[in-house]
Design a protein around this ligand. Structure first.
Ligand code: M6R
Length: 611
């Protein structure tokens, strides 16, 4: 969480930083700030989104060729002007922005207070900054050395960018646990939490690793470890176009990303799945096929929507591969003492590839000998780099805070892995395998069909937008889809929603049902369909409002429902990629009907890099 941007070079820094911060707002938008080298350090910061800072500083002299900027997701200290980054050191000579959490900041703060320091914010960042300045003064060393010494005392996660008034062309950066990309231009350098702030200027980037420190001037990028040894920067070519991170005529990124799904699922299958030839080409998986096939168990580790993808995959892997699968919340798994044996297979699922809990959980499992396979969207992200192998989801940049296209791409990848392993293992018949390849191949087209038949969902949103609670129910493959539908609604519309296995309803939640409660059934035609229809009847008998996602032509379910959303017929293994789409749209349109900021819902951030 938190977005950071930096620039040093011949261009005007402020517009680059502001544009970059707008692209990174998905990482947090509690406050915004910039520090510019303009004949001395000039710091401007304000509670709220980037546009609010822009408005507040109209007319100021913002001319500078070097600067840093920050968009915050608050951890230590409420969202406010005083807690906004950049922070300035006691002398006023240093300015710093930070993404992460300094866990031992209290102890460091006490040490500094004992030395006479006072603080102007509640943040851990101001503590670290003054700690660095104290070391510089005390050890009579340069800033680079002071940063190195300070970071050896720090526990927690960080990316920091520092400006020093006395070195006006230099930015010092360091990373542990939070992402940092440096764009390499001709006589200029760009910094960002991801590559989006630098896309129109350069395609050459360096992903900084943990425990690395960078000293950056317009002409030079020096990379070192904390032991002061130089490291040769590994410059990579970005495969990302500007259009991919713009709204392209849609009102919101979320809507654009929902409508991109036929293409993103197609991109995910392309080059891998050949339904005619009966092949799935995934080199990372092929390399570990033997170990996956013979694993005692597979553990899926993820958070949020990615965790829901893991739940769907659990059903699919158990069905097709006959391997025991467990699905774990990364945040729980990392703090338990889980039994991991050498040869256990971990599948880490993450859109951003930067989720702190997932990252630490897989590092723990890796240290115990587990094989780590990453199913990740962001190329070059931390989880992708720490995994032994895996498969990218190729959904393209997902900017809306609510995950949509990443979820369906995760399902597409996980289904391909299960099919590949099941086929090699012989746990699926040839006929079923060929049938499922064909079904998977048809998903992009069927998602496009679903989107075309979704006009009524906007009207449903108007009808149900004032409900206080929603219940989402589904069985089997559609149970995790119910959870995902409920999560989408909560995030985007702030309406309380719960997802449940439809049969569990009788064990408690049915007490909530009355004429005011909308109950969304994910009721596509599958093995469990008759049972779900019975559950619908039970809700109807208690006057609940039944809204159902049903298969085209399912008259019985339609007759039991107050409202329906339709998807085309599909095998139950691929059905979640279809049935989730109307639920994404329902959440989106309810959020819009309530005039909420659906791309940046309150309190959330896209990439959760704190635990
Ligand atoms: O980047 P990740 O997939 O690791 O993120 C996991 C969750 O933070 C994420 O899915 C979150 O729940 C989304 N806001 C859901 O829409």
């Amino acid at each position: 969480m938190c977005g950071i941007v930096g620039y040093t070079g011949p261009r005007e820094a402020y517009p680059i930083i502001i544009k970059g911060l707008k692209r990174l707002e998905y990482r947090g938008y509690d406050s915004t700030g910039v520090a510019l080298q303009n004949g001395g350090l000039k710091v401007y910061k304000k509670k709220g989104k980037v546009a609010e800072l822009e408005d507040a500083i109209v007319g100021k002299d913002l001319h500078a060729h070097v600067g840093i900027g920050h968009t915050r997701w608050a951890t230590h200290g409420e969202p406010s002007d005083r807690n906004a980054h950049p922070h300035q050191s006691a002398s006023g000579k240093l300015a710093m922005i930070h993404n992460g959490i300094i866990e031992n900041y209290n102890q460091l703060k006490q040490e500094l207070i004992n030395k006479g320091y006072t603080f102007h914010s509640d943040t851990d960042t101001e503590v670290l900054l003054n700690f660095i300045e104290e070391i510089r003064n005390n050890n009579q060393c340069d800033l680079e050395e002071a940063v190195r010494v300070a970071l050896k005392r720090v526990t927690g996660a960080y990316v920091i960018l520092l400006l020093d008034e006395d070195k006006p062309d230099t930015i010092i950066a360091a990373r542990k646990g939070s992402p940092l990309v440096i764009g390499v231009g001709k006589g200029e350098h760009f910094l960002g939490s991801d590559a989006s702030p630098m896309l129109e200027y350069t395609k050459e980037v360096v992903y900084v690793n943990d425990y690395e420190l960078a000293i950056i001037t317009p002409d030079q990028l020096i990379l070192k470890n904390l032991g002061n040894e130089k490291i040769t920067p590994y410059v990579q070519k970005l495969d990302l176009e500007l259009a991919a991170i713009e709204k392209g005529g849609y009102d919101h990124f979320m809507l654009k990303e929902i409508f991109e799904q036929p293409q993103t699922i197609y991109d995910c299958l392309r080059g891998r799945l050949d339904a005619e030839a009966g092949t799935i080409t995934m080199s990372g998986i092929q390399q570990y096929a033997e170990q996956i096939m013979n694993a005692n168990r597979i553990v899926m580790i993820a958070c949020g929507t990615s965790w829901h993808a893991g739940l769907v995959a659990e059903y699919i892997f158990e069905e097709l591969c006959r391997i025991n699968v467990e699905v774990e919340y990364a945040s729980e798994f990392r703090y338990r003492n889980p039994v991991i044996s050498k040869g256990d297979v971990i599948i880490a699922i993450s859109q951003s590839g930067e989720t702190a809990d997932t990252l630490v959980a897989i590092e723990n499992a890796k240290s115990k000998g587990a094989i780590i396979l990453g199913v990740v969207n962001v190329v070059g992200s931390s989880i992708a780099r720490t995994s032994h192998a895996g498969a990218y989801t190729h959904a393209g940049p997902e900017i809306g805070v609510a995950s949509t296209k990443a979820f369906t791409a995760q399902l597409a990848v996980l289904t391909m892995i299960a099919l590949k392993i099941g086929y090699i293992k012989g746990s699926i018949s040839q006929d079923r395998y060929m049938h499922l390849l064909k079904e998977l191949n048809e998903v992009p087209e069927k998602v496009a069909w679903t989107l075309k038949h979704s006009d009524n969902i906007k009207k449903l949103a108007e009808k149900y937008k004032d409900a206080h609670d929603f219940l989402y129910l589904g069985r089997g493959y559609n149970f995790p889809v119910a959870l995902e539908g409920a999560l989408k609604l909560k995030e985007i519309s702030y309406i309380h929603a719960e997802g449940y296995p439809a049969a569990e309803m009788k064990h408690g939640p049915i007490a909530l049902v009355d004429e005011n409660l909308p109950v969304v059934f994910v009721a596509t035609k599958d093995t469990y369909h008759e049972k779900v229809v019975s559950n619908m009847q039970e809700i109807k008998a208690r006057k609940g409002k039944v809204i159902s996602v049903i298969t085209e032509g399912d008259e019985l379910s339609a007759s039991l429902s107050n409202d329906v959303m339709i998807v085309p017929e599909a095998d139950e293994i691929v059905a979640p990629m279809l049935s989730v789409v109307p639920l994404q749209l329902l959440a989106y349109y309810i959020g819009v009907a309530k005039q909420l900021d659906v791309d940046k819902p309150r309190n959330l951030a896209k990439s959760v890099t704190v635990e």
